[in-house]
Design a protein around this ligand. Structure first.
Ligand code: BGC
Length: 494
């Protein structure tokens, strides 16, 4: 049964059954199962190739996974202190926090405000983006500090979760937009001066201390409270991981002559894994997603896993089964709403997978309300199975990345801190990922189901809040200690 995806339906009352599903529809379901199932042998093959690609990304020549050094050069001790601002420019929200790391070990206080990230900004002008962000920061500081004229500049950790080359901790050259962003004039440029210019124009009293990826923030925030945490992952709108490497294992940093055993957090940007299409089992639907995306040929792995794409894969399957196959599902119905690209997000799939009823009545209502489609019962069974297959594939492929980092580092046991909407909200994602890890790494069955797995993927601490504050604190501390590696603007660290 390994590798075949879940046939039992843990969240459904009754057993669910395909007895009334006609032969032709059953054939379609079997075809989808062949497309979307990733068996053990394939998981292992992907993982082994992944390990090689991680190495390649660290080499002089580089590879398709960027493996960006972040200049975060230690884990926190738990004794960091001070007050920091943190800004998170995510896909949906902009979050501003003020974090105080208290004298008590691993403790902190946090105040935060969320601002909506207007959809138009994601594909608009660069200036408008930076101005909007500066306005939100300015508003936050005014609300919480009142008169800012006498305020010392506050240190800020800026979580900018897009692939960016960091020659310095306070610099980031955007390699390419991901997660549906498409703003001209930013790719290939250092985003920090653009951001600082907008702050200066408004006189916002902030000094940028570190540019941070959400995965690095997640790694550091999680290690603050749990020293077994060795990898930070995000499974959300996008997907990626960070881990701590030794400088001696990063050939592309050899020219810096850093002591070989010095730690360096690496932002893998693993969404770009297999852009060459060597191992990932892409379906015709994945190929369409890529072709129609703003950056075709990029983020091959991410496009099969991340929240931004799960609903779209599902939508493409249903449209295809309506238009092109012998069994035309939803025959005679108007599917114009379903034809709208990216109209279904991953929460739609979650809701289908969570439908607790034997007759899938919630799924039926969802289709009626959102899409104006009334599926027959056999069609509902196909819908449910499709959602399970897509969700299961995402979880199983994600596990390959975690297994690859663990293998590369020789971690036989550790904790992995994970965050993001898919990890936190998508039903069964955690269990399916854990099952895949077990298969890839050949762990024996547990003696007691309550026993912990050797490598566990656990809910992380808040990476873009506490993690960003900690990275700002760690950077300020190491500058104080005289370690100036990767510091572009020493004046910001005084
Ligand atoms: C970005 C990464 C980020 C990940 C999770 C990807 O699209 O390229 O930088 O860590 O999403 O947010």
């Amino acid at each position: 049964m390994f590798g075949l995806g879940p046939r039992k339906r843990p969240s459904r009352k009754g057993t669910g059954s395909f007895v009334d599903v006609p032969q032709d529809l059953l054939k379609e379901i079997e075809q989808l199962e062949r497309h979307f199932t990733v068996d053990i042998a394939k998981l292992k093959q992907i993982t082994n190739h992944f390990v090689e690609e991680l190495e390649k990304g660290l080499s002089m020549e580089g590879g398709s996974i960027p493996m960006n050094p972040t200049w975060v050069m230690s884990f926190p001790t738990g004794y960091e202190t001070g007050t920091y601002l943190a800004l998170d420019m995510g896909g949906t929200n902009l979050r501003v926090c003020e974090i105080t790391l208290t004298e008590q070990k691993s403790e902190f206080d946090i105040i935060q405000s969320k601002y909506r990230m207007p959809e138009e900004l994601k594909t608009g002008e660069a200036d408008e983006l930076w101005e909007y962000i500066a306005d939100c920061l300015s508003q936050f500081i005014e609300t919480h500090h009142g008169d800012t004229s006498k305020l010392d500049k506050l240190p800020l950790g800026f979580t900018f979760s897009y692939p960016a080359t960091q020659h310095y901790v306070d610099e980031g050259v955007l390699q390419r937009w991901t997660k549906g962003f498409d703003i001209a004039g930013v790719e290939g440029h250092n985003v920090v001066p653009m951001f600082e210019a907008a702050l200066a124009q408004r006189g916002v009293p902030i000094k940028l201390t570190a540019l941070i990826n959400d995965t690095t923030g997640t790694l550091i925030a999680s290690a603050y409270t749990d020293t077994k945490m060795k990898i930070g992952c995000i499974f959300g709108t996008g997907c990626n991981a960070a881990y701590m490497e030794n400088c001696g294992s990063i050939p592309k940093l050899a020219h810096m002559n850093l002591p070989p055993d010095t730690p360096m957090a690496i932002n893998c940007e693993w969404g770009a894994f297999d852009n060459e299409h060597k191992v990932l089992p892409r379906t015709p639907y994945d190929i369409i997603i890529d072709k129609d995306s703003p950056r075709p040929g990029q983020q091959a792995f991410e496009k099969m896993i991340a929240g931004l794409y799960l609903g779209e894969v599902f939508r493409l399957v249903l449209v295809d089964l309506h238009d092109n196959h012998e069994t035309h599902i939803f025959a005679g119905q108007d599917i114009s709403k379903l034809r709208k690209a990216y109209s279904l997000d991953s929460s739609f799939l979650s809701a289908i997978e969570e439908d607790p009823f034997e007759n899938l009545s919630e799924t039926f209502e969802l289709f009626q309300n959102k899409l104006n489609i009334s599926p027959s019962h056999p069609e509902l069974e196909l819908i449910r199975r499709t959602a399970e297959l897509i969700g299961t594939r995402a979880a199983r492929l994600s596990a390959c990345g975690v297994a690859a980092i663990s293998k590369k580092k020789g971690y036989e046991t550790c904790h992995v801190g994970a965050d993001g909407s898919v990890f936190n909200k998508y039903p069964h994602f955690k269990e399916r990922g854990a099952q895949a890890l077990r298969e890839i790494l050949d762990w024996p069955e547990k003696a007691d189901p309550k026993d912990d797995d050797p490598i566990e993927i656990l809910a992380a601490e808040d990476g873009s809040g506490v993690g960003a504050a900690l990275i700002a604190a760690l950077t300020l501390q190491r500058v104080k200690d005289g370690n100036m590696h990767g510091i572009l603007h020493p004046e910001n660290f005084k």
